[in-house]
Design a protein around this ligand. Structure first.
Ligand code: CDP
Length: 261
């Protein structure tokens, strides 16, 4: 797989002599690298995590950010916040002008609002997310976060649907976290029950399939695994096993980057 090639470092200095791994080649690569740099010349380490609803990418992104001391951006919250700002005054999430105006009004505080977590907001989020003007309005914000994660973080983890493909195509590590629709619906129903909401598995599964279809079939930045992403199917893996696997990829890529600099 491409992702494995990208992420498998050659750590032996011997192996690197006179090859594309040589210090001179590394410095030439750095000069060509268009990604933004901090004042000291370093570039934040970016982890892109994509995947469908309830695949476990959010939990994974938070744990990874915590472990590596990176900043985390749940980009789904941006689309949920946009949807919320449309729905709250009774607006139509399918109306491009209303949705774009809402996307431009999001503030940091709203992103942590528990009202964003409901299923009605999730469904409306996937409707506003299909509107190109909404995606454009949110793109710069996301790229800015990746390029300049809040201090003291030296890296950023972004999770969403199009991080590896559109928002951060030059990310250092790209993960695509997926699972069967039935398993994802089981997890989401369980989550809803724990929050005290009534959840019928068949309804949750139906909603999830509709949202998956909207996310994968839209023309603007559809949900897709970037060709160089490492795909992790979590259908039969628990959160710890997924974390260990992802941790391994990132630790190796970080080592490679340190060695190159
Ligand atoms: O938590 P869950 O996976 O259910 O959803 P989310 O990540 O909060 O995203 C809500 C919706 O926002 C998704 O169904 C997508 O339609 C949209 N989204 C997107 O289009 N692009 C992103 N980078 C993140 C979310």
């Amino acid at each position: 797989m491409n992702g494995a090639l990208l992420l498998t470092p050659t750590l032996s200095p011997q192996a690197g002599r006179g090859s594309k791994h040589s210090p001179r080649a590394a410095s030439a690569r750095r000069e060509r690298d268009p990604r933004p740099r901090e004042a000291d010349g370093s570039r934040p380490f970016v982890v892109a995590i994509d995947g469908p609803a309830a695949s476990g990418k959010g939990t994974l992104a938070r744990r990874l950010a915590d472990r590596f001391g990176f900043a985390h951006l749940d980009t789904g919250a941006l689309y949920r916040a946009t949807a919320f700002l449309v729905l709250d005054p009774g607006g139509d999430p399918a109306d491009p002008a209303t949705a774009e105006a809402a996307a431009r009004r999001i503030d940091r505080q709203l992103l942590a609002d528990p009202r964003l977590r409901g299923e009605a907001v999730a469904a409306a989020a996937s409707t506003v997310a299909a509107i190109p003007a909404v995606r454009r309005a949110l793109l710069e914000l996301q790229r800015n976060f990746a390029a300049h994660p809040p201090a003291p973080a030296k890296g950023a983890v972004l999770d969403g649907r199009d991080i590896g493909s559109v928002v951060c195509p030059a990310a250092d590590v790209k993960l695509f976290i997926t699972a069967s629709a039935a398993e994802r619906a089981r997890r989401r129903a369980e989550e809803l029950r724990q929050e005290g909401a009534a959840a019928i598995f068949e309804d949750v599964l139906q909603d999830m399939k509709e949202r998956d279809a909207r996310d994968t079939e839209r023309r603007a930045a559809p949900l897709i695994a970037a060709p160089d992403a490492v795909v992790i199917d979590t259908t039969t893996l628990d959160a710890d096993a997924v974390f260990e696997r992802a941790y391994g990829f990132i630790a190796r890529a970080l080592k490679e980057k340190e060695w190159k600099q």
